[in-house]
Design a protein around this ligand. Sequence first.
Ligand SMILES: Nc1ncnc2c1ncn2[C@@H]1O[C@H](COP(=O)(O)OP(=O)(O)O)[C@@H](O)[C@H]1O
Ligand SMILES: [Mg+2]
Length: 306
Amino acid sequence: MTTSSPIDVPDAFAASYGAHGAAERAWLAGLPALGAEFLDRWALRPDGPARYGMASLVLPVRRADGTPAVLKLQRAREETTGATAGLRAWCGDGIVRLLDHDEATTTQLLERLDARRPLSSLPDATAALEILAGLLARLVAVPAPPGLRHLADVAADLLARAPRAARALHDPDERRLVRTCAAAVAELLGESGDRLLHWDLHYDNVLAGEREPWLAIDPEPLAGDPGFELLPALDNRWAEVVATGDVRRAVLRRFDLLTEAVGLDRARATGWTLGRVLQNAVWDAEDGSTALDPAQVAIAEALLSR
Ligand SMILES: Nc1ncnc2c1ncn2[C@@H]1O[C@H](COP(=O)(O)OP(=O)(O)O)[C@@H](O)[C@H]1O
Ligand SMILES: [Mg+2]
């Protein structure tokens, strides 16, 4: 890393993101220069230590007029192009505002929220779930803008990868469960919806704000059925589900609260949630896993039990 750049790339981010491969490491090598370029182009000055997630460096900055903002630097991919389109369509309603962006690099200038207060830090799990559900209802009320990836394509691709993922599992019950999930998705393929989906609405992707108490960040937009949005709210804060002593009941309680708040048909939402379980199974199997994540099994079984 250059020492003259005003961008300090945290070692932990460089290590975790760089582990993904050569394209990621090449992007990391250019990151200080990329950051410096946008500080200059958008007349920003750094204003505190960088934050990062799985795939981006987020730098607190101030604009020329003193407004706080963050500069989000991320490698251009289909997801990050879609994020810009989604943020423009949402226009700040329930989600962070996009202040500026660069199409070629998918660099974003975003409204600054309170990174020290993610929704995951709210002690009351039910209150947090209600907030998440309320945001979800508003986000999926917006029709998807043209040009986004569509759930129909994502689902068809999953179905093509599902048989191999099922075969990779040691436990025959788990193999059966994956096939059941695939069958549920196959049934819904023809009616995959047209809403603007966030696709990653979990408790760390909601931050406290000033113009609204809570706002979503970090969308990976997709056009489709809102039932495909529920899994992160079901499997996050999982220890709290287990602690109730009745996992099935706790899962169904979360699911019913969400479907009611968003106004979803339970059967369809069940099918699309099984689709998300399938997606996780496919991803895990392709990463070499030979067993399903117990939380995913518990969620699928709870939904299939009624
Ligand atoms: N608008 C924002 N205001 C303040 N902090 C932010 C903002 N957006 C992101 N962050 C911080 O950066 C982290 C990573 O950003 P995020 O958009 O979630 O990217 P990733 O795709 O890497 O998860 C967040 O967890 C949060 O701490
Ligand atoms: Mg995130």
